[in-house]
Design a protein around this ligand. Sequence first.
Ligand code: ZN
Length: 492
Amino acid sequence: MEIYQTNQLRIYNSLSKSKEDFTPIVPGKVGMYVCGPTVYSNVHLGNVRTFLSFDLIYRYLKHLGYKVRYVRNITDAGHLENDADEGEDRIAKKARLEEIEPMEVVQRYTVDFHQVLQRMNFLPPSIEPTATGHIVEQVEIVKAIIAKGLAYVVNGSVYFDVIKYNKEEAYGELSGRDIEAAVHQTRSLDGQSEKKNPQDFALWKKADDRHIMRWPSPWSDGFPGWHLECTAMSTKYLGETFDIHGGGMDLKFPHHECEIAQSKAYKGVEPVRYWMHANMLILNGQKMAKSTGNYILPNELFSGENQLLGRGFSPSTVRFFILQAHYRSVLDFTGPGLEASEKGYVKLMEAFSKIDSIASGDKDTLDIKRWKQQCYAAMNDDFNSPVLIAQLFEAVKYINLLLDQQATLTAATLADFTSTLTVFVLDVLGLQDERKDKRSDTLSGVVDILIDLRNEARDNKDWALSDKIRDQLATLGVQLKDGKEGTTFSLQ
Ligand SMILES: [Zn+2]
């Protein structure tokens, strides 16, 4: 039996604006799509927070025993500077400014994105598709939407007709925007725009002469609208209706609203069962964003090369800091906040590293069953990581009581306590014990084996073998020292 069969997960659905019981479309399987980065600059900490929210969600779903297909895309074309389908492509602009190829920009920042996530111990998604790798699929969707009469062609560009769509469907259902009111409030277009209505959005844009990133289509040499790639890739890999769609709060409108409209126009069905949105990271009282210059890069935070904090913080500390807030709460990034998290993190990991030295007793004086239920209850309640972390600090208290022999657990309960704590600390929260170098642990183990073999040789008066072990270790810089307490070693 899988864990999910005895744990009812509840998820806050941004579409219904309420917590709902999670029931996947196919029992035991979950399809999850998360809007990935536009790779035109270094990933900042605000972006990392969004992706970390979904890393936590992915990890917990996997722990519950679901077979999860997690798709997180890379936007490498089509994302213009503003939401009104005007301005330059962000990647093409960066390429022009730096006098390099757009694909060099894409490569550079995709590598940066992966490196940062790897340092912070993210699990890679199951599929990481790119917009440029799915141009054919996007062109097919545009054709289908035109055929349904919900898009129109102007001068080689194609726009989605929001007003016509809204007659049958509800445009704005996710973001809560009233499109009728918006239409009445908006002044008429300035004559520059090709759109029938300001609310319409681009499915395909004709490329001007200087635009390098272009592909042929029935309408023009051009490029897809930004919203279209997510519809193409989610549908291709997860089906026309899938379980979870995630992203940052700022993507609700227009990006996700447009995705819903495109998908419904294309397939006639609601594309997503549960919409999930991660809240933002605040720095200096404002949203962390590249466009305003109010941001901090993860690598600056790790290295200490930043003016804000004056010293570095480890990737796991940063991870722990972010997870101490619920993903739907605004998180205020401050130096004192980060320092407090660092203390908490060290305290947690110190206790966790001692758990193996607890000896079992003949009775249970702590209610581990109840503690374990509360850990699951926290995560089942819309992935409430701060409540889970509070439970982990309860476990720290338990560990200290057990080490001081003020409490006891039977061998079976102790094993359950250890494995549950290991699951939540390492697998679900994805924390790493940075205080210990695993390689040096392995080395110590290997040298201890050789010391034992040398002692056996000496007991057998096999001096040649015992000297050989000592000398060969010495050539590798491992010095053995024989003392009253036995043999120890040092590295040179
Ligand atoms: Zn998207």
